[in-house]
Ligand binder design. Sequence first.
Ligand code: XIL
Length: 476
Amino acid sequence: MSGAWKLAAGAASGMAALCCAVPAHAGTLVVEGETLRGERAVVVRAEQAARGKVLLVRPGGVASRRVATGQVSEIVVRLAGRGCSRRTPLLLSIDGGTPLPVPVGRRFAERRLKVALAPGPHRLRVALPRRTRCRTKLDRLRLPAAPAPAGAPAPVPAPAPATAPSAARRVPLGTAVQLAHLEQDPALGAALASSFSSFSPENELKMEWTQPRRDVWDFAAADELVAFARTRRLQVRGHTLVFGTQTPLWVARLLFSSEVDQALQTHVRTVMTRYKDSIREWDVVNEAFDARGQYRSNPFYDRLGPSYVEKAFAVARQVDPTAKLFYNELDADVDNAKRSAVVKLARHLKGLGLIDGVGLQLHTAIGHAPSRQALVNTMRIYEQMGLEVQITEMDVDARGDGNPETLAARLEQQAAVFRDAAAACAEVTACTRFTVWGVADKYSWLGADRVPLLLDAGFNAKPALGAVRETLGLAP
Ligand code: XIL
């Protein structure tokens, strides 16, 4: 591979933005295959690989990772593949620049690529074209930093952005919706698609909807939402597989714990398998803890104890190894007993390789909202564990005194709360999506009088919409 690679600072929207802190790094940086993960890319054991574990990239697959390097003029890629030809190489791009083809042979070999990387943070992305039949095993990338000139100061890592993330990392903005509302109001679908790039079904994937009676399945509503997403080119967040609160009554009536165990496994397996091609990110378990950090009573916990959480994640991982698996929680966004419980659980699941991220719901209100710094602190805990983190259900109750004369001021206060949360997400690289719980005030689960969302009853942008979009680096 020869010829200098001109780095274009193009946008890279829609990519799998992945986790991990950006270490300030001056010497050679080695990125192991197992630390690069993304869509249609999975870590597997490979006997011939130097360290035993490699990243398997499938056709259409993408994986990425942020790194910080010194000045680099060459990247060494160690990889092997099956079914690959010279015309279908692995593509490596940096910071959204033009992809650089890396030839793939049958045996593990090192390929050297000429590049020109300035010191500082960068995003590496590897991808395989959809058309190919080739599968690539990537062992490692080496980025040897050029020795610093004598007396030169050590490279200074780039400071965290004050507001918007870099152009190469726009954080996708998501929302939530109910099928019934979409059906009754054609303007809702249009508003959703113009301001958001993903949505979570508010209820339609929950167990009380998808399996209302034992072994009786109803996917009609969820299927329609997935079809809507496809026509509008929106992503769907899978919310949620196991959630005590909206579990159908029949689960609590099962007599034996072995039956509950079976029901849990069958449910996760059946729902995830059905949506394998369309839902790539799941809240596997929702709201397992109470405010004291104790497990909440629900039909699964009552029979299986805390292990129900791990079981749900284990089945989910087995069913769809490349889906991103999240634990999602309410009121655990700041330093409190519930957050400690979530952190402990996340660490345990991460140790087992069963979790990819933690969702912070962030249902809040003006006058009570967590500060940007408090959110950053929480997000960094998960980032340091190598997990992603997302805001998954934000709304900001701005009913206040309800006086129409104070509405404008309350909406400005609300915009500031949304801006702070978006700024926290923009600042922390591990934060990979920002989702608000509903499109417009009139459809909020809290009631329209709380005016908690980004669009008003007439689908007009409220101050908060501009604040969030600008802070996340999205077009107005
Ligand atoms: C809410 C839905 O928005 C409502 O329509 C439903 O009546 C109750 O559930 N935390 C969650 C979501 O994880 O599933 C909840 O959604 C809101 C709180």
